[in-house]
Design a protein around this ligand. Structure first.
Ligand code: VTB
Ligand code: MG
Ligand code: MG
Length: 323
């Protein structure tokens, strides 16, 4: 895939973040989401790709845009055929309340390479490059913590586990406490939390817990680019969801989904832009004279290059993102 796609997909997440960030703290998560979807969709049409949404806003009849199966890009003769996974806002509640960790994300890979994960829960474990190869989602929590601590040359008591703050994680939290590790809970956005494990300065070593399966595919794409490791297991809550797993060929719901199951091959791109402030990416900041600043990252698996892109947007010249 053309390496310049990297800059183009940052444009896409920037557009979503700039459109959405107007809604920070306004208490309206649907409006925030809609704005991000609109901004993202428009920018996609400027790219020379023949894209299909495999992870998106839902099925065609429930989402007007960025629905699963939707064609994206200019789709001309020589356009690259790609799978696209989007989450225009991961953390709509966080945007509505002005809480941290909301980002806009896109992953892209050659056609057929991204798993069409159903919209249900997924149990997840994620670590950064130094602990890659040392984890096993089926192992007891304590064992994973021990292995990660050893890989990082730390004591378990110096390890920080990040977990989404939900009642369903009470038992998991108890186990981590018993093992002696520190815990950082977050309210929303486990894609950003998974990515954070790959950057030592952020100070989280491992992500554990149950979040969305679509977000799992996106996080796997990101961690594949960054040399970390992600494992997931679909977590159906009822018969209907179990049937959906069967339909997609995952009859054994206990199957561990590795990064290669979730994202095939080594031609993967990933981009994210902060909407609200996160530990890795700052949110959109509005400066004087009608200027907005965005903070993004973009990674390409083939070369392992990770770029942090701080962009200054003159909103006088981009009326679509003005007030
Ligand atoms: C998960 C997580 C997302 O929402 O989907 C979560 O993957 C929803 O969890 O990153 P609940 O059903 O418990 O609310 C996010 O945190 C944000 O979309
Ligand atoms: Mg979303
Ligand atoms: Mg989401």
């Amino acid at each position: 895939m053309d390496r310049n796609l990297a800059l183009n997909i940052v444009r896409v997440t920037e557009a979503a973040a700039l459109s959405c960030s107007r809604y920070l703290g306004r208490g309206d998560k649907n409006a925030a989401d809609q704005a991000a979807v609109d901004g993202m969709r428009k920018m996609f049409d400027t790219l020379n790709i023949d894209g299909v949404v495999v992870i998106g806003e839902g099925e065609m009849d429930e989402a007007p845009m960025l629905y699963i199966g939707e064609q994206l890009g200019r789709c001309i003769n020589n356009s690259l055929k790609v799978d696209v996974a989007v989450d225009p806002v991961d953390g709509t509640t966080a945007v509505a309340k002005g809480l941290p960790n909301a980002i806009s994300v896109v992953a892209m890979a050659p056609r057929g390479c991204l798993l069409h994960a159903p919209d249900m829960y997924m149990d997840k474990i994620a670590v950064g490059p130094q602990a890659a190869g040392k984890i096993n989602i089926d192992a007891p929590v304590e064992e994973n913590l021990k292995a990660v601590a050893q890989a990082l040359n730390k004591d378990i008591s110096d390890l920080t586990v990040t977990i989404i703050d939900r009642p369903r994680h009470a038992e998991l939290i108890e186990k981590v406490r018993k093992a002696g590790a520190r815990i950082k809970l977050f309210t929303d956005g486990d894609v950003a939390a998974a990515i954070a494990t790959c950057f030592e300065h952020v100070g989280v070593d491992i992500l554990l817990g149950i979040g969305g399966a679509p977000e799992g595919v996106i996080a796997a794409a990101a961690l594949k680019c960054m040399g970390g490791e992600f494992q997931g297991k679909l977590y159906p809550m009822n018969d209907e969801e179990r049937r959906r797993c069967m339909d997609m060929g995952i009859g054994d719901i206990n199957k561990i989904l590795t990064m290669d199951d979730l994202v095939k091959g080594n031609e993967v791109f990933f981009a994210a832009t902060g909407i609200s402030d996160g530990e890795l990416l700052k949110g959109v900041v509005y400066h004087q004279n009608n200027v907005a600043k965005t903070h993004s990252m973009v990674a390409r698996m083939e070369t392992g290059t990770i770029r942090f892109v701080e962009a200054i947007h003159k909103l006088d010249k981009k009326p679509e993102y003005a007030k």
